[in-house]
Each structure stands twice: as C-alpha cells, then as structure tokens.
Ligand binder design. Structure first.
Ligand code: HSE
Length: 299
C-alpha cells in the first residue's frame, strides 16, 4: 500500500492572482492500493459526509487521469482518504486531492511519469497552478501555466513567518468566487498589482516584512470577492491593529490569512476576543510553511 501526504496551500498571496502560493503544515493523507475488488473508498476526518465514495471522488478521478494517460486498467482500487484540510475554504483541499491522486497512481504504474509531467497534469486538472505547484514542491512558489507547460521558481524565505488562518464556518466554491470577477480591469489596477507582486516577492526574500502591509494589497480579485465574505475588511483591520504584518484572502476564499512573525500569542488572544463580537463564526489556526511538499511512503 502507498501512503501519500499532501499539504494545504494558500494561493494568490494578495497580488499574485493565479501565480503564487505557499504550502502550509496542515495535511491530507491518502492510502491507496490496487485490489481485485472494484472501487472501495473510505473517508476519514473532515468532509466525511460530503465526499463521494464512487467514481466522482476527486482522488479517484485524478488517479484515472494517470491510468488513462499510460493505458493502464487497475483490477480494482482501495483508497483511504483522511482529511485535515477544510473543504471549500480556500486552503487547497481540491489541489491536495488532485496531486495526491496523481502521485498515488504514478506509484501504482511503477513511476512511469516524470515529476514535471505530473506537475503539468495537476495544474491542468485544477485549472491554474498556484495551489498544485506548492503542494508538489512545498514552500513559497511562483508559477505559471502556459501552453501546457508549468514554469515555476521555488522561493526561499525566512523561517520566522506564521500564517494565521481565519477559517469561517461557511464555504465558498472557487467557481462562484471566479464568476464574480470582472472581465476587464483598468490599466491603473494592473499597474497596482504588478508593482505589488514584485514588491511582495522581493520583500519576502529579503525579510523586509515591514513592506507586507502594502505588498499584499490587491485589486484583481479581493475587492470583488469581499462581497461574498462578510467581515473580511473588519478582520483585516483588527489584525493590523493587533500586530499583523499584512493580510490577504487565501486563494478564492473564504479563509483569510494574516502574516505574523514568531510573536503571535498576544495577537491570537486579542483576535479570538475580537471574533466573538462578530455575527459570523471563525476559527483561527496558526500555520507555518511546509517545505517538503508531497511525500510518498510504502506502508
Ligand atoms: N487562484 C485561484 C483563484 C485559487 O483565486 O481563483 C483558487 O483555486
């Protein structure tokens, strides 16, 4: 049996829409083996009641992409999915399933596909590479999918950052959060984002965290998506007052991220008190970078 561990991811990081993401230390675990008994799927952990246990299961569908590509027909499959990553919350749960399924299937076929081929398959399956590339590579990644190729750079950043994830009790599908985006934006807003995306990468690499308040600003998606996320602006404002370096909407949302340094205990106490004053329900998880990306074990 193979065990595949896949990290959560937080995409966009403000101005890096569809091209930046980080892997975080929250995981799904996928155990798979070829068995002679049709398709058997067991779900443990988060989303147990919602996730399909038939051919519509995302891990199974992702495995099938690999099997179809190489013309392999497994006799049967047993999949045990154990989820720690909240579903439909902007923390890359779909990308984790896609990457987990693709990598698990590649083990079953004897690792016939290269890392690059798997990376391209995963990005195409998810529609953009800003979650799938960091799931695979770990750490902070800039990445672009163009003409069925994935271009990426792994970016080393200092270790002393924490990612405070504000996870709400409501969900938001990526499809809905993409539908709300405008077809056109102004030249002024494009300039705003290009400048901040460049400033963000340079500030993270050099440890100039005092720039993050501005470097994480965005005009391509956050102003539109905040209509779907009650209290987003209020939580950003309270986070900044309580010492966050900067804030952004994680992926398509609705999870919000405040970036902190190692001194986060007071922030956590203050923000937990603040959240009690809101009518929406939020949980805070303090997360760190995952630097390894997807891991595979034989168990
Ligand atoms: N870049 C994507 C978006 C991430 O913001 O729509 C969500 O999958």
């Amino acid at each position: 049996m193979y065990r595949v561990i896949v990290p959560a991811t937080s995409a966009n990081l403000g101005p890096g829409f569809d091209c930046m993401g980080v892997a975080l230390n929250l995981y799904n675990m996928i155990d798979v083996e070829e068995s002679g008994d049709g398709l058997q799927i067991e779900i443990n952990g988060l989303g147990k009641e919602k996730i399909p246990i038939n051919e519509n299961n995302l891990i199974y569908k992702s495995m099938k992409l690999v099997f179809d590509r190489v013309g392999y027909a497994p006799k049967g499959l047993r999949i045990i999915q154990t989820n720690e990553i909240p579903l439909t919350r902007g923390l890359g749960s779909s990308a984790a399933c896609i990457v987990g399924g693709i990598f698990a299937a590649n083990q079953i076929i004897g690792q016939k596909l290269t890392l690059e081929e798997l990376e391209i398959m995963a990005a195409i399956a998810d529609g953009h590479p800003d979650n799938t590339t960091p799931v695979i590579r770990g750490g902070l990644v800039t990445t672009v999918l163009e003409d069925d190729e994935v271009y990426h750079v792994d970016i080393e950043i200092p270790d002393n950052l924490k990612f405070a994830a504000f996870i709400p009790d409501f969900t938001l599908s990526t499809a809905k959060a993409r539908r709300i985006l405008p077809g056109r934006i102004s030249h002024k807003d494009a300039v705003f984002n290009a400048g901040r995306a460049a400033l963000l990468v340079a500030s993270l690499v050099s440890g100039k965290f005092e720039n993050l308040a501005h470097a994480l600003e965005d005009r391509l998606h956050q102003p539109y998506r905040k209509k779907l996320i009650p209290d987003m602006d209020r939580i950003f404002e309270a986070s900044m007052k309580n010492g966050a370096k900067g804030c952004y909407l994680s992926g398509a949302g609705p999870t919000l991220i405040s970036i902190l340094d190692n001194h986060y205990e007071k922030f956590l106490d203050q923000m937990n008190l603040y959240l009690e004053t809101l009518s929406t329900g939020w949980e805070i998880k303090i997360l760190e970078l995952n630097k390894k990306g997807v891991e595979i074990f034989v168990i």
